[in-house]
Design a protein around this ligand. Structure first.
Ligand SMILES: NC(=O)c1ccc[n+]([C@@H]2O[C@H](COP(=O)([O-])OP(=O)(O)OC[C@H]3O[C@@H](n4cnc5c(N)ncnc54)[C@H](OP(=O)(O)O)[C@@H]3O)[C@@H](O)[C@H]2O)c1
Length: 274
């Protein structure tokens, strides 16, 4: 198999896809705006000149679309055309469980990817890794109070490592998947329940405070997020509050052959051990 180009190759799922491809004996090419290591290639969504070099000799692409763009298809469509011209046959798109083909802007990407000869669309629920790093939920963990507009509704948080494991199979299995995979963890939890698990492992109180959608959007804007994007994220919390993410799918185990990682195991291994 020729190289696999991994967009967002330094990001939450992309770097795990890179590691998984290496472990599977496939050569990954990790796209980044600032290559620093062997195996990385310069890629900037807004600079089409970087796309040709990144694509040369690649047979498959893991596609993480430009983040925070209202109309990402304007950048992704020409990239995909170049990719297919360059000989790419298989495209695996990272989308989201909250996105359908009818979702304005970002939904268009799912239609574009289906035009590849071989494709898969990954639709993960919310990442467990939002509880670590720079994410607002992680800041809530540090502050002892996670604020959302999700009420007491549940989310089947999924591990980025499981998303990457599914991506590696979708990129390397001899037969193309040509389907959508809705990816969840093994259980749906409210933020209060998730906060209690983190608190128990860290040995300090962490609570969840539920606020209304407008108040949540205002908090996001106050933290520096553009108003339009804050409104989109707040609306997603409202969807959760209505029960949109309260379901568990068997896709991780079906595709990878092993059960999805639990939130408990994630907290033990990635939060409490640090
Ligand atoms: N977080 C969740 O709960 C969740 C749930 C479902 C779906 N998703 C989806 O997951 C995706 C990734 O989210 P994430 O927050 O985890 O991000 P991430 O994968 O960590 O994204 C950052 C990556 O994008 C690259 N990047 C950023 N700007 C770029 C540009 N202009 N040109 C080329 N590459 C660029 C970065 O590379 P360099 O900085 O190295 O250049 C880095 O590898 C999003 O599409 C989101 O919708 C997230």
């Amino acid at each position: 198999m020729a190289d696999v180009l991994v967009l967002g190759g330094t990001g939450t799922t992309g770097r795990r896809v890179v590691a998984g491809l290496r472990a599977a004996g496939v050569t990954p090419r990790a796209a980044t705006r600032r290559p620093r290591e062997p195996g990385q290639v310069r890629f900037e969504w807004t600079d089409r000149a970087t796309h040709a070099d990144a694509l040369r000799g690649a047979s498959a692409v893991y596609l993480v679309a430009p983040i925070g763009e209202a109309e990402p298809a304007a950048l992704v469509a020409p990239f995909l055309a170049d990719a297919l011209d360059a000989g790419v046959r298989r495209v695996v798109l990272l989308s989201s469980s909250a996105v359908t083909e009818d979702t304005p802007g970002i939904g268009e990407l799912q239609r574009l990817v289906r035009a590849a000869p071989e494709w898969a669309v990954l639709k993960p629920s919310w990442f467990m890794q939002n509880f670590t790093g720079a994410h607002l939920v992680a800041q809530g963990v540090r502050d002892g109070e996670i604020v959302t507009a999700t009420g007491d509704a549940r989310v089947a948080f999924v591990d980025a490592g499981d998303i990457a494991a599914v991506a590696v199979r979708a990129l390397t299995d001899p037969g193309p998947h040509n389907t959508e995979h809705v990816l969840t963890g093994p259980a749906a939890l409210s933020y209060a329940e998730a906060a209690a698990i983190v608190a128990a492992h860290l040995g300090r109180p962490i609570r969840h405070r539920a606020v209304g959608t407008a108040e949540f959007a205002a908090r996001l804007t106050a933290s520096g997020m553009p108003e339009e994007f804050a409104a989109v994220l707040a609306a997603l919390d409202e969807d959760i509050r209505r029960g949109a993410e309260d379901r568990v799918t068997p896709a991780v185990e079906q595709v990878t052959g092993r059960p999805a990682r639990s939130f408990e195991a994630f907290v033990r291994d990635e939060i409490a051990s640090r």
